[in-house]
Design a protein around this ligand. Structure first.
Ligand SMILES: [Zn+2]
Ligand SMILES: [Zn+2]
Length: 348
């Protein structure tokens, strides 16, 4: 009974209340009590059959999807996880609030897990690898497992030193609840001012918050699952990360995942002008407004290397010649080794 109560409390408080109860439990089991709000969020999507739809509701859904996707990729990922640009403490806090409206837990939790992903990409310890785990586990299953609920503060000491970020991380449910309430009251106001529009408060809540958040969640997760499966590998990264235009469009630039795994320290993930990276353009605008600065560029040698690797897409005949040329140093090495052996045999 007590563990049920503690599980319920942890819906609102990620500060490890009742941590002593975790002793002796299987860290790899699903935490069913804590998963209930997550399941509930998905069930609420079915609410569209009751509340119907309207253009204002669908527009709000899409607007909140893109506004929050920008925060996930631009702030949670490129700022908090990789520190690819700088800002003030005040704007850092605003970015954390904006990011936590995405309902993907707090900035410290997100960054700690993401840094872990880069250290263990596609090995056994990578919680969301479709190569060392099942596709379902890599996409969403891992989030339901006990061991992935707490925030590993040791992985993010640079962020954990700010009490305001720790607060947001601990009570990560706060901003999403406020956003849901805002959608509801926005719908109420809309229905009051435009009664003929057919909009209701519940319709705005279901579309603006639940449909939008579930879409946002699964499209973000595609970078863990699909971006390690579909698309092209430009760089040899030692993992299965890929570049995909479709994923880049859906996620505002995160689809250039092979680029990103090769050089995670750069603010842009589309390394070339034709690799559309909307988050990067948005961040350049914030830079223009003077809100962020010192955006880390992609080193020229990485850009050049990427160009030569593009040779893999050339016609077969050309590639065959290049492959032979690539093999030449090996032939030379073999000859040198053979000579050394001969010398040894002769002198020995
Ligand atoms: Zn990855
Ligand atoms: Zn990353």
């Amino acid at each position: 009974m007590k563990s049920l109560w503690i599980g319920f409390l942890r819906w609102f408080d990620n500060g490890q209340v009742g941590a002593e109860l975790d002793e002796g439990t299987n860290p790899d089991a699903i935490d069913w009590v804590r998963v209930i709000p997550f399941l509930g969020m998905h069930l609420m999507v079915l609410g569209v059959f009751w509340v119907g739809w309207s253009w204002p509701a669908v527009t709000l859904c899409l607007a909140l999807y893109f506004i929050r996707m920008f925060a996930v990729t631009g702030f949670y990922h490129r700022y908090f996880s990789h520190r690819t640009f700088q800002t003030t403490r005040f704007w850092q806090f605003i970015m954390a609030v904006w990011g936590s409206s995405a309902t993907q837990k707090g900035p410290l939790w997100w960054a700690a897990h993401h840094r872990h992903h880069h250290r263990h990409s596609d090995d056994e310890e990578d919680p969301h690898s479709p190569h060392s785990h099942s596709l379902f586990h890599s996409h969403v299953g891992w989030i339901t497992i006990r061991r992935y609920f707490p925030t590993n503060l040791k992985a993010v000491p640079d962020l954990a030193k700010y009490p305001e970020l720790r607060f947001l991380d601990r009570f990560y449910v706060l901003v999403p609840v406020l956003l849901g309430a805002a959608c509801f009251f926005f719908g109420k106001a809309w229905a009051y001012w435009f009664p003929e529009s057919g909009v209701t408060a519940m319709q705005m809540l279901v579309w603006g918050f639940f449909v939008s958040t579930v879409l946002l969640f699964h499209c973000t997760c595609l970078i863990n699952s699909a971006a390690h499966l579909m698309g092209k590998k430009r760089y040899e990264t030692g993992d299965q990360s890929r570049n995909s235009l479709i994923l880049a469009l859906i996620t505002l630039g995160e689809g250039w995942h092979n680029n990103h795994h090769y050089y995670p320290g750069a603010v842009r993930q589309g390394f070339y002008w034709w690799e559309i990276d909307i988050t990067y353009y948005g961040l350049r605008m914030l830079q223009g407004l003077g809100l962020i600065w010192k955006l880390n560029a992609v080193p020229q040698n990485v850009v050049e290397l990427g160009r030569t690797r593009k040779a893999a897409g050339k016609p077969v005949a050309e590639r065959a010649v290049e492959m032979v040329e690539d093999a030449l140093p090996n032939v030379a090495e073999l000859e040198a080794a053979a000579k050394a052996v001969t010398r040894k045999t002769v002198t020995g």
